[in-house]
Design a protein around this ligand. Sequence first.
Ligand SMILES: *Cc1c(COP(=O)(O)O)cnc(C)c1O
Length: 415
Amino acid sequence: MPEHLSNEQLIHAANEFGTPLYVYQAEKIKEQYQKLAKAFSILDTKFFYASKALTNINILRYIKEIGGNVDCSSINEVKLALHAGFEPQKILYTSNGIAFSEIEEAVTAGVHINIDSLSNLEKFGKKYGHSYPVGIRIRPNIMAGGNLKISTGHDTSKFGIPVSQLDKIEEVVKATGLFIRTLHIHTGSDIKDPEVFVKGIEVLFELIPHFPELEVIDLGGGFKVPYKPGEKETDVELLAKKIKETFDNHPMAGYPEKTGTGKKFQLWFEPGKFLVSACGYLLAQVTVIKDTGPIVFAAVDSGLNHLVRPMMYDAYHHIENISNPAGEPKVYTVTGNICETDTFAADRSLPEIREGDYLAFYNAGAYGFEMASNYNSRFKPAEVMIKNNQALLIRKRDEFDDLLNNQVEITGFIN
Ligand SMILES: *Cc1c(COP(=O)(O)O)cnc(C)c1O
């Protein structure tokens, strides 16, 4: 299995389907999934793919084919997962800030639910009492993740119920008879250090005595993937060993067969990036080379409307000039064509870029297409999946009518 799609495969896809184009390599998703599954086979673990990273229905079906479950961030993602054929027990809805009516819909659908506010927990308890097992998202007050914008577990984050409000959680549980099956944390994205997960577990372990019906410890997602050449992803084997150790060393969580005491908790994860980041490429064609003296700009037929991560998170995306890989290296600032500063890369050394060349942006699978918009009334890109060396269109490029779709053209009101 190739580590990456070859330049030839990418150029072939760009020629066949046009640019800008998202291309996903199915086998790479499988490789990442199996890496996790193998590493964590030493524990009773389930993986729920955080589908907000990439929700194309064919990607969801592929995740299903390779044995994954799905984590959802909205009721529509729950509906997409059902549409993709996942059984309700393979779907998890980790909500935040949502109306209670969405939680009711999730109950009707029969999926797992993690609740992240005292307010919704209380409403849930009043309506369902002990009849529907539920999870609580805890804010562990830990700072972790690649940068503040993608950190979610610290003590000013909106996510989860602060661990310091345990007494209030207990009050609600006691008053309503809630069945608390899961404790959940998700502390952020791009976390390389296994100790962060260990710290999170330790916070949750403190809570175990307070929830006698607990069955699941859900540690969320956030595994790091390499964006820059030479970077390393989270060592999931080491992580699995450390987590097992942490479980084994805890008097109430140690696996019964090992300690003779304790309870066998199931471990859940919600990997997004780890599964789909590296499988994806955004292919764009160079439209203009503009030599301004100190800076040579290379503009492409895409922009922050298609891949917002560089502008939104200062994210680094590796770029290859797949049309001229052996060209002489020069320094470029690669931008898009949007009326807004949309720098993909500043002062980046790349093989000589000529107008018409194709550039490939790596690691575009996670939070790439998914965050795309029609800003500047540009079309969203097409998406292609390559599986068994066969490239298939999995989303058509927008057309002009898509820009007018859902707009109501009023007559007799505006002349
Ligand atoms: C976004 C999210 C994830 C996935 O995060 P990655 O960094 O993509 O692994 C997992 N769980 C929850 C609750 C999330 O919001």
